[in-house]
Design a protein around this ligand. Structure first.
Ligand code: FPP
Ligand code: MG
Length: 325
C-alpha cells in the first residue's frame, strides 16, 4: 500500500480490496484516445489518500452481504472525487495537485473541465447499475457537492461570512463525498437502519473535520507534503475557519482586513496574513473545532460492534487530525 494510504486502515480484507481499485479505475476509463486517457487519469494515477473508497469498503463490512459486484463502486467513488478535483482546480486556478502539475495547468481549463465531466459520467454510469435508491442517494449528494462549491464561490471575498454558512459549505462540498461512500457501503451490504444512520452521522462530522484540517494545511502546510500550493484560499478569497475567527473575534481583524483587501496582493502579504491568523489564535480555533467534530464522529460509532472495521474508522479520526498531507 502506498504511503499516502497510511496505516489507519487495519482491516486486511478492505485493504486488499482497496489495492485493486487502481486497475478498476483504468478499466472504467476505457477511452480509446490514449492522449485523452492520459489526461483523464493524470490526477487519479498520482495516488491520493483514497479515503472515499476506503470508507465505502469499510462500510461494506457493516452488513452481512458481500458480492464481487460490490467492488466496482469503490473505484467509481474515487473517480467522482477526482472529477471534482479537476473542476476545483479550475475554479481555484491551482497549478499543483498531488505533487504534480494539475490538469488545468498542464492541459488548460477546457480540457480539465471536459475530462472532469467524462470521469464523472463514467462513474455515475457504474453506480446507476445498482438500484434506484443508490441512484437517488448518489444524485442527492452530488447536488450538495455542486451547491457547496457554488456557495463557496458566491461568498468569495466575503469578510462577513458567518461560521454557520461556512460550515454549511463544508457539509455540502466535502462531507457529501464522505457520507455517500459510507451510506452506499452500509446500504449495499444490508446493514441495519441504526448502523446506516450511525455511520452516516460519523462520516458527516468526519468530513467537516477533514475540510477544517485541509483548510489549515492550505495556510500552514508544507507544499512538499500536501502536494498543493500554500495560501491559495486567501488569494482566491476563500475565507476558512481560522481566517473567519481572526476576522470575527480578535483585535487583529482590521489589520487582516487591510491585507486581504489590498488591490495587489503579493506573496509577502499572504505570508503576513497567515502570521496574523496564527498569532491571533485562528489556526488553533480551527483545530479545536475539528476536534469537536471528530469527537461527535467517534461517538456516533458507539453502536458498531468492536472489530477491525470500527477500529479503522476510529483510527481515521486520529489520522485526519494529525495528517500533514
Ligand atoms: C476541494 O476543496 C474541492 C471539493 C471538496 C469539492 C469540489 C467540487 C466541485 C468543484 C463540484 C464538482 C462537480 C462534479 C459534478 C464532479 P478545496 O479547494 O478546499 O481543497 P483543495 O485544497 O484540495 O483544493
Ligand atoms: Mg482547491
Amino acid at each position: 500500500m502506498s504511503k499516502a494510504s497510511s496505516d489507519w486502515l487495519l482491516c486486511n480484507i478492505s485493504k486488499a480490496r482497496l489495492a485493486s481499485i487502481n486497475a478498476i479505475m483504468e478499466e472504467i476509463i476505457d477511452a480509446s484516445d490514449t492522449n485523452f486517457k492520459k489526461l483523464a487519469l493524470h490526477t487519479a494515477r498520482m495516488g491520493g489518500k483514497k479515503l472515499r473508497p476506503s470508507l465505502y469498503l469499510l462500510a461494506l463490512n457493516t452488513g452481512d452481504y458481500y458480492g464481487k459486484e460490490l467492488l466496482t463502486p469503490a473505484a467509481a467513488l474515487e473517480l467522482i472525487h477526482v472529477a471534482s478535483l479537476h473542476h476545483d482546480d479550475v475554479m481555484d486556478r491551482a497549478d499543483l495537485r498531488r505533487n504534480a502539475t494539475s490538469v488545468n495547468a498542464e492541459w488548460g481549463n477546457l480540457n480539465a473541465t471536459y475530462s472532469g465531466n467524462y470521469l464523472f459520467s463514467k462513474a455515475i454510469s457504474i453506480l446507476s447499475q445498482y438500484d434506484t435508491t443508490v441512484n437517488q442517494i448518489t444524485c442527492g449528494y452530488i447536488s450538495d457537492l455542486c451547491l457547496g462549491q457554488l456557495k463557496e464561490a458566491e461568498n468569495a471575498y466575503n469578510l462577513k461570512l458567518s461560521y454557520e454558512d461556512h460550515i454549511d459549505v463544508l457539509i455540502k462540498k466535502t462531507a457529501s463525498l464522505f457520507e455517500l461512500p459510507c451510506k452506499l457501503g452500509a446500504l449495499l451490504s444490508g446493514a441495519s437502519d441504526d448502523i446506516l444512520e450511525a455511520i452516516t452521522n460519523y462520516s458527516k462530522h468526519m468530513g467537516i473535520a477533514f475540510q477544517l484540517i485541509d483548510d489549515l494545511l492550505d495556510l500552514k502546510g508544507n507544499p512538499h507534503k500536501t502536494g498543493k500550493t500554500v495560501g491559495t484560499d486567501l488569494i482566491e478569497g476563500v475565507y476558512t475557519y481560522a481566517t473567519l475567527y481572526t476576522l470575527h473575534e480578535t483585535d487583529h481583524a482590521n489589520k487582516l482586513t487591510h491585507l486581504l483587501t489590498l488591490d495587489d496582493m503579493k506573496p509577502i502579504h499572504i505570508q503576513e496574513a497567515i502570521e496574523l491568523i496564527s498569532l491571533s489564535g485562528g489556526l488553533n480555533a480551527a483545530k479545536v473545532k475539528a476536534k469537536e467534530h471528530l469527537e461527535i464522529a467517534k461517538n456516533a460509532l458507539s453502536i458498531l460492534p468492536d472489530n477491525n472495521t470500527k477500529t479503522s474508522l476510529l483510527n481515521l479520526t486520529h489520522f485526519i487530525l494529525a495528517r500533514d498531507h
